[in-house]
Structures are given as C-alpha cells and as structure tokens.
Design a protein around this ligand. Structure first.
Ligand code: NAD
Length: 345
C-alpha cells in the first residue's frame, strides 16, 4: 500500500482531543500515513498573529490532503475566520456533509440519509461589509455563474458516483431574484446533461426546513449556497442526534480538507467528553479519498457497531457515560478486530 503524507490540523477548543481520536482510529485501520502536524486557528493566531499561517497553507498544498479540527472565530470582532480563508485560498469550493441516521440512535424524525453539498467560496461569506452611514451596514452577497455552475456540476457528479437519485437546489429566489435566481438557473442548466440519470428539483429554503424536520427521508442530495448550506447542515445534524455525529469534507481541484461540521465547542473543551464520532467519520471519508476503501468501510462499520451495541460507551451528548478517550478506545479495538476479517459492506 502506498504511503500518504497528510497534514494534521488539531485546531483549538475540542479540536486537539477529537483530532487525536481520529488519528488513532485511522492508524489502527491500516493506511500508511505520515502525519504532518501544522497549526491553524486561535492557537496559530496567538503564536504568529495569523490564524492561517502561510506555512500551513503551503504544507496542505504540498500534501494535497488534511484532517482538520475545528477553530474558534471571534464573534462580531477580530480576525477573519481561518476556515473561510482556507477554503478560498485552496479553492475548496465543495463542502460535502453526509447526514445519515446512526444505528442504535434512531430519532423521532424518521430515517435520514441525505447529503448537503454546499458552495464554499462566496455568498454572504465574501467578507464584504461596510458601514455606509452611522447605524447602516451593508453585507454583500456575491453569487457568480462560475461558482454556481461549478458546485451544481459537482453535486450531479457526486450523485452519480454515490448512487444517489435526486439533487434538490435550495434557494430563496422569490426574494433574491438576481442572486438566488442565478444560483437556481445555473443548477437548472447543469442538471440538463444528467436528465434520466439524476432527477432535479428545487425548493424554497424556508419551506425546505419545515419539510426536513417533518419528513427528512424525502431528501437525497441538497445543493445550497454557502450560508443556507451551513445552517441546513447543522439542522440536519440535529435530526440524527447532534453535531457530534456529522462528518464533512471540503474538496477543490488540488486539495481536500476533511473536518466535522461542528465547531470548537468551548463549553466542553478540555473536559474529555467531546464526541469524536463526527471527525472519525470525516477521517473515514479521507481514507476513501486516499483510495483506501477498506479503511473507509471498516471505520464506518466499527462506529456503527459501537453505537448499536454499546450505548453505555457513548459520550454525554448521546446520553452515554463514556469519555472521548473510552469511546475512541472502543472504536479502535473494533477497527483492529475488523482488520483481521475480510471487508464486506
Ligand atoms: P459548536 O459546534 O462548537 O457547538 C454547538 C453545541 O454543540 C455546543 O453545545 C457544543 O458543546 C456541542 N458540540 C459540538 N461539537 C460537539 C462534539 N463533538 N461533541 C459533543 N458536543 C458537541 O458551535 P458554536 O458553539 O456555535 O461555535 C464555537 C466556535 O466554533 C465559534 O468560534 C465558531 O466560529 C467555531 N466554528 C468552527 C467551525 C470549524 O472550524 N469548521 C465550524 C463551526 C463553528
């Protein structure tokens, strides 16, 4: 098996705790990985005065792949989000967030198995904000044809590759007729070559959130702009039991960065109770990206076995009595056991 160099970004808050958990699980599963630790977020800002040091970006470019923990962003003041900068600098235009009901943790919302495909580079994340007069602020929503077509094409290709049947564009084009209108029109255009292979429809974002919480199983792949995608993916994570369960990946033409949906969770940082499953599942996606489909399957199956058969080992967010450490130990052990068996899925 070939050896991969992967940048390891612990981030801050609960980041270092859960990233270490994911590293242990990946190592137990078998891919030959040389981890390259680098800094990002509050830790980097305190040390270098920059939440996204140039060396970190350079190393991710060189390796092509990173596993990233969450980073804290100051609210309503301070430096620009390292996440937003990273996604723009590396052109990580596609944020993929699969949200799937976890065995043993079925919720009253019914079966959920959907994928959020979120545009990652523009929209209200453009950072173009001005106080145009005292008490009057403008925040500019940027939607371009290039980025909208690119993410729509990605969503249809993703659907084909992963055996998904339908892409639903989510928008508010009744109000933002130009911005969301352009996004929707690009999605429509890009859907045409996939007609007969992947269905396409669209829905207003407000109506969609209601439909999502009443019957999540009606959705398959959701295609969204940056801000709607961020909000809807947290909502969808809530439907399956919380942020501790929802993985994610950011893809661009040259690099991919794997990270959970959740943030740095300052309320539980350092307590040893953060749920590592979301980043462990993100790391499984990373293994798939690296071509190690056996580890992808093995890690996911190991997580499923633990959530189904060992509820007591889960972390407090899932009403268990376990810690980050004890849950990770159990997943590592299950991965090692499965490594001795042939993989089937
Ligand atoms: P959050 O996701 O950090 O936490 C929201 C709630 O979910 C908290 O109660 C937290 O304890 C809980 N939670 C989150 N992850 C968990 C886990 N793995 N296990 C158990 N419980 C978990 O969102 P927030 O509090 O709004 O944001 C905190 C900081 O994180 C902010 O600075 C924000 O900008 C940042 N953030 C970073 C990223 C990222 O780096 N990709 C993503 C989202 C938010």
């Amino acid at each position: 098996m070939s050896r991969h160099r992967v940048v390891l970004l612990p981030g801050d808050g609960i980041g270092p705790e859960v990233v270490e958990a994911a590293r242990r699980v990946v190592n137990a599963s078998g891919p030959e990985i040389e981890w390259v630790p680098m800094e990002i977020g509050a830790v980097a800002f305190e040390k270098y005065g920059d939440a996204l040091p140039a060396d970190t970006v350079k190393e991710i470019r060189a390796c092509g792949v990173a596993l990233k923990g969450p980073t804290t962003t100051p609210i309503a003041k301070g430096y620009t989000s390292a996440n937003v900068r990273l996604r723009k600098e590396l052109l990580l235009y596609a944020n993929v967030r699969p949200v799937k009901t976890v065995p043993g943790l079925e919720t009253p919302y019914g079966n959920t198995d959907l994928v959020v495909v979120r545009e990652n580079t523009e929209d209200l994340y453009s950072g173009l904000e001005n106080e145009v007069a005292p008490g009057v602020v403008c925040s500019i929503k940027v939607i371009t044809e290039v980025a909208s077509r690119r993410i729509a094409k990605f969503a249809f290709e993703y659907a084909l590759r992963w055996g998904r049947h339908r892409v639903t564009a989510v928008h508010k084009a009744n109000i933002m007729k130009k911005a969301d209108g352009l996004f929707l029109e690009c999605a429509r255009q890009e859907s045409l070559p996939y007609a007969g292979r992947v269905q396409f429809d669209d829905v207003l974002v407000d109506a969609m959130t209601m439909k999502l919480v009443t019957n999540p199983s009606q959705y398959d792949v959701l295609l969204l702009e940056n801000l709607y995608g961020d909000i809807v993916s947290d909502l969808a994570a809530g439907l399956i039991g919380g942020l501790g369960l929802a993985p994610g990946a950011n893809y661009g033409p040259d690099c991919a960065v794997f990270e959970a949906i959740h943030g740095s969770a300052p309320d539980i940082a350092g307590k040893g109770i953060a749920n590592p499953i979301a980043i462990i599942l993100s790391a499984a996606m990373m293994c798939h990206h690296l071509g190690d489909t056996q580890s992808y399957v093995r890690i996911r199956k190991a997580v499923r076995t633990i959530t189904r058969d060992h509820r007591e080992l889960l972390t407090p967010d899932l009403k268990g009595k376990g810690s980050t450490r004890s849950l990770t130990d159990a997943i590592v052990k299950e991965v090692e056991r499965r490594r001795r068996e042939p993989v089937t899925d």
